[in-house]
Design a protein around this ligand. Structure first.
Ligand SMILES: [Cu+2]
Length: 588
């Protein structure tokens, strides 16, 4: 079956190439290729279109997604969620209490993967035992089959039970040949209104799929009821993804005027951080799939009406790339009115209704989201959405400053499809005690660390680990019985998370949110929740490792069950930087 598919795809490519050679038109190949691609993607410099959205009606959202991959002519290994109407990676729009029914059909095929694809297929430390232990066919709810063709969905940030058909990634694996797999999820009535997202989560293979574009936004509507300053604002959704370099052999555009920093690679083949804020990036970025490729970074176009205020919902859906977002207007940073972080309005359960935090840049680790009031730009303004450089540490990936989009104001710009309620009724104040006002009943320490697989060969693949202090460091092993951590529903704990490596890591836990309380031992007053947080890199000599302290909230009944915490740099997660936690049912 796999060979037949390889053959048929090769014939398609041969036809495309031959047809274009005979036409002698430079634009021929991309034009035809786009039509025949399974996962059609826009060209660089294009207008940033809103992702197509499906919105619930009468309390139900019913969506069918087909999951496909494709090796593009430019070598990119692309993955896409395609809806019945042909739209890709649609935004799912629901309201608290709605029923989300999602059928996922896995149509992944082997060609690109068989020849290596774009990722690191060998990163799964468990590849060896799988072939011997895997049954030919297994049930999606009790599967041990984790291969490059397996998939599932994680609903990042949502407070959903870690159960099959809901938000489990430990035993739920959908294979090609399985019937469409049904996710049947009741959105919690108290789910915070904001931006969440969905992506695959098969240990060992998540990086390749997400890097190929497998992600989409999930919006819980109603944020204007938590913050009346948003009343009537048009809204935009921006999904920023990373991907392999479109022009990996190009020299930096600054070559000739400024000597480009040398390119070094880590054991995984990624371009190492230069510490200069410039040079060749480890990955390209895209915004709603419009690529902004190295070395010229032709910005995408975000079209807006002049001076129109909007709500911008921004997701860092990158596999490994950090963002530090800023809007620069006529050379000056513009104020961004942050109203929500990681899907949760920054209102402290309604105690600080209508709060807006005005900042001039937003740091977003992979997986994190932010929603901000965009105050608009005048017609003719020179306005750009950029990401500033991020110093990821000497062992991190290079992440230089670069533009993402030009913001072009024009009276003819299309109005956004979705506009927030202009007269929202205020959301009732939550009965739940604000997490910052709860005394933790337990403190525990975890730490990120890395080592070469062969201690005598620094160039051997990196083993990535997250370890509960006191336990033996080891990469995540799906064969291991029992969780790394056990807590009881209702508990609130403080976790100190250390970084003992020379690169940044982004701590993420499924099912729950947490609150940052200390940064390197210094108390911080951060009046909002997160589900993903950066942990700074170690300088290699300090006697204390960099660390964050986060207050973990296990009060929700939806957290009962076994789920995972991990680094959201997905190459690291695939390489073993993941652990499991079991939340026992609370005492009644
Ligand atoms: Cu990491």
């Amino acid at each position: 079956m796999g060979r037949l598919r390889v053959g048929s795809k090769f014939r398609v490519f041969a036809f495309i190439i031959l047809g274009c050679v005979s036409s002698f038109e430079a634009s021929c190949l991309p034009a035809i290729a786009r039509e025949t691609r399974t996962c059609a993607r826009p060209a660089p410099g294009g207008i940033v279109a809103e992702p197509h959205a499906f919105r619930s009606t009468s309390g139900i959202l019913n969506v069918e997604l087909t999951y496909l991959n494709f090796t593009a002519p430019d070598g990119q290994e692309e993955y896409c969620y395609r809806a019945e109407d042909g739209s890709q990676a649609p935004t799912l729009r629901v309201r608290p209490g709605d029923l989300l029914i999602l059928h996922l059909k896995n149509l992944l095929s082997a060609p690109g993967l068989a020849k290596g694809g774009s990722g690191k297929p060998g990163v799964s430390p468990h590849a060896g035992h799988e072939a011997a232990e895997m049954p030919a066919i297994d049930a999606p709810c009790a599967s041990v089959r984790m291969t490059a063709l397996s998939t599932n969905l994680h609903f990042h940030g949502m407070s959903m039970p870690p159960s099959c058909h809901e938000d489990d990634v430990l035993r739920t694996f959908v294979q090609p040949g399985n019937h469409p797999f049904e996710y049947r999820i009741r959105i919690p009535p108290d789910e915070a209104p904001g931006l969440y997202w969905y992506h695959p989560h098969v240990h060992g293979f998540t990086n390749q799929q997400v890097l190929g574009g497998a992600s989409g936004a999930l919006i819980v509507e109603g944020i204007e009821h938590a913050n009346s300053k948003l009343a009537g604002l048009p809204e935009r959704t921006f999904v920023i993804r990373d991907q392999e370099l479109l022009h990996p052999n190009a020299q930096p555009a600054t070559a000739g005027t400024v000597p480009p920093p040398p390119v070094f690679r880590d054991a995984e083949g990624d371009i190492l951080n230069t510490g200069t804020g410039s040079g060749k990036p480890a990955k390209d970025l895209s915004i709603n799939f419009v690529p902004v490729p190295y070395p010229d970074y032709p910005p995408a176009i975000v079209a807006v009406r002049p001076s129109e205020r909007q709500l911008w919902r921004v997701l860092n859906g990158s596999a490994i790339t950090y963002l530090d977002l800023q809007i620069v207007v006529n050379g000056q940073p513009q104020s961004l009115g942050v109203v929500s972080v990681d899907g949760v309005p920054i209102t402290e359960n309604g105690m600080a209704r209508d709060r807006v935090l005005w900042v001039n840049h937003v740091f977003l680790p992979p997986g994190a989201r932010v929603e901000w009031i965009f105050i608009g730009v005048a017609a003719g303004a020179d306005a750009r959405l950029i990401t500033r450089s991020v110093d990821t540490g000497p062992a991190g990936e290079n992440d230089p400053a670069r533009p993402l989009a030009s913001i072009v104001a024009s009276g003819t710009a299309a109005e956004p499809q979705f506009v927030l309620d202009s007269a929202p009724t205020p959301q009732p104040r939550s009965d739940s005690i604000w997490l910052g006002n709860i005394r933790p009943m337990h403190t525990r320490k975890l730490y990120f660390s890395e080592k070469p697989a062969d201690p005598n060969d620094p160039a051997s693949p990196t083993v990535f680990m997250i370890t509960v202090d006191g336990q033996t460091p080891a990469p995540y092993d799906p064969r291991r019985k029992g969780p790394d951590i056990t807590v009881r529903q209702g508990d609130v704990e403080d976790w100190v998370i250390e970084n003992r490596s020379r690169e940044m890591h982004a701590f993420h836990i499924h099912q729950i949110h947490f609150m940052l309380t200390e940064w390197n031992g210094t108390p911080v007053d951060e009046p909002f929740l997160r589900d993903t947080i950066n942990v700074p890199f170690w300088d290699g000599k300090s006697t204390l490792y960099p660390r964050v302290t986060v207050r973990m909230d296990f009060r929700s009944p939806n957290a009962v069950g076994t789920f995972v915490y991990h680094c959201h740099l997905l190459e690291h997660e695939d390489g073993g930087m993941m652990g499991t936690i079991r939340v026992l049912r609370g005492k009644t």
